[in-house]
Design a protein around this ligand. Structure first.
Ligand code: I3S
Length: 126
């Protein structure tokens, strides 16, 4: 039996902690507020949780929807202008949501950048 396409995005490609700041919602600028977040990357989205144990707990809570980023048609780029921190990249969604992601550890942020960029490149541009 082949899996329906809607099930494929459930496969976790990467997960881990990064620093996250949402800086725009639907094109509207938000006040930057960095916080540590547990990221779960699947084929077409990133979900954000407060901690690593949360995804398992959330599956027991029907109706709970974590904050997430739709990667379909999204852009990813390094930025040195949006923060004084090092190793910051920005994801911009089709709907005009903007997220900054950061880690002080070079290989960690590089791995995330490439994993997310690969996911975006594999998706239709909407
Ligand atoms: O781009 P900004 O406004 O300088 O970003 C800083 C602010 O978000 C600041 O919070 P307050 O607006 O409450 O002062 C944060 O504490 C800083 O971390 C932000 O700057 P960096 O360069 O860390 O992204």
């Amino acid at each position: 039996i082949t899996e329906p396409v809607s099930k494929i995005p459930l496969v976790v490609e990467k997960e881990g902690y990064l620093l996250k700041a949402k800086i725009a919602d639907g094109g509207k600028k938000l006040r930057k507020n960095w916080s540590t977040s547990w990221l779960v990357l699947t084929a077409r989205k990133i979900e954000f949780y407060k901690e690593s144990k949360q995804p398992a707990l959330v599956s027991l809570k029907p109706g709970y929807k974590p904050e997430w980023v739709d990667l379909c048609g999204a852009c990813i780029e390094w930025t040195t202008e949006k923060s004084s921190r090092k190793n910051v990249f920005q994801i911009t969604t089709v709907s005009g949501n903007e997220f900054l992601l950061q880690s002080d550890i070079d290989f960690i942020i590089l791995d995330w950048f490439h994993a997310i960029k690969n996911a975006i490149d594999r998706l239709p541009k909407e």
